[in-house]
Design a protein around this ligand. Structure first.
Ligand SMILES: [Zn+2]
Length: 272
């Protein structure tokens, strides 16, 4: 349900909605600017949420045109670590879904045993929906914080466009991939970057970021998934698989930014 106008915040703890009246509400932060639209939605557990879109009168900042290489980061996305940055920082995958999977499975089993149409079945259904909601909320919160920080700390963020759909065909990995929800994280990085006048650079997925040596650019014929550390036979550089990939993604991103005239050419170094 959308309300285009005439919605008011009453004393910071209630909302006035046309035709509905005043409803108590928990406001997560103070509103800045003029309310544009309000969308009210109901979750499966019966909670109501109002998303309020405000116009603060501030124009979206112009995209930064002189990007310095120190302010570019490359991100490799993995499973044991959700995000590995070219700086060497590894962000743990919170494994939210895995942690709560047992709980969810138990509640689903209870639900399946209840008679259709019974009041108890309905109660069990709400418990399952609540467990799902908790997972979604925790994941969202984690992704918002991580994307906020990455956008604040950098002028440009380079990511690989992953063929998540193809990877989901592998059933053993599917759950972890869905859990990591890379696509959703990239979406959050994208709009937060635009709002801040920063750049999200997407690198084509065919680029062999893992198999290429970030030091001398020679490419390995193959590199098994199990090889977490490897040494380049051409130049002898020792690599951490994920950090090497992140550095290559950064390097490719910088090339794209240079091609678009957004960054000046300088020597790209490998920091290992
Ligand atoms: Zn090398």
């Amino acid at each position: 349900m959308s309300y285009p106008q005439r919605v008011k915040v009453v004393e910071g703890r209630a909302l006035y909605l046309p035709k509905v009246g005043v409803v108590k509400a928990v406001l997560h932060r103070a509103l800045v600017g003029k309310i544009k639209t309000v969308t009210v939605s109901r979750t499966k557990t019966g909670k109501y949420y109002a998303s309020i879109l405000c116009d603060d009168g501030q124009p979206t900042p112009e995209p930064i045109k002189e990007i310095t290489e120190e302010n570019v980061t490359g991100l490799d996305m993995g499973l044991s670590h959700l995000v590995i940055a070219s700086t060497g920082e590894k962000q743990n995958n919170p494994h939210i879904l895995k942690r709560t999977a047992t709980n969810l499975r138990r509640k689903q089993k209870v639900l399946s045993r209840k008679k259709k149409g019974s009041a108890n079945r309905n109660k069990a259904r709400v418990l399952v929906a609540k467990a799902h909601e908790r997972v979604a909320n925790a994941r969202n919160d984690f992704q918002h914080k991580l994307s906020r920080r990455l956008v604040d700390e950098n002028q440009a963020i380079c990511v690989e466009t992953l063929k998540v759909k193809n990877m989901l065909k592998n059933r053993r990995l599917a759950k972890s991939i869905a859990d990591a929800a890379w696509g959703e994280l990239v979406r959050k990085l994208d709009y937060k970057a635009i709002w801040a006048g920063k750049h999200l650079v997407r690198i084509d997925s065919w680029y062999p970021s893992s198999k290429t040596c970030c030091h001398c650019a020679s490419k390995m014929a193959s590199l098994p998934l199990s090889a977490r550390q490897w040494t380049c036979p051409a130049c002898g550089a020792a690599h951490d698989r994920d950090i090497n990939a992140a550095l290559n993604i950064k390097q490719q991103g910088i090339l794209q930014l240079q091609a678009e005239g957004l960054s000046r050419r300088a020597t790209v170094r490998c920091c290992l």
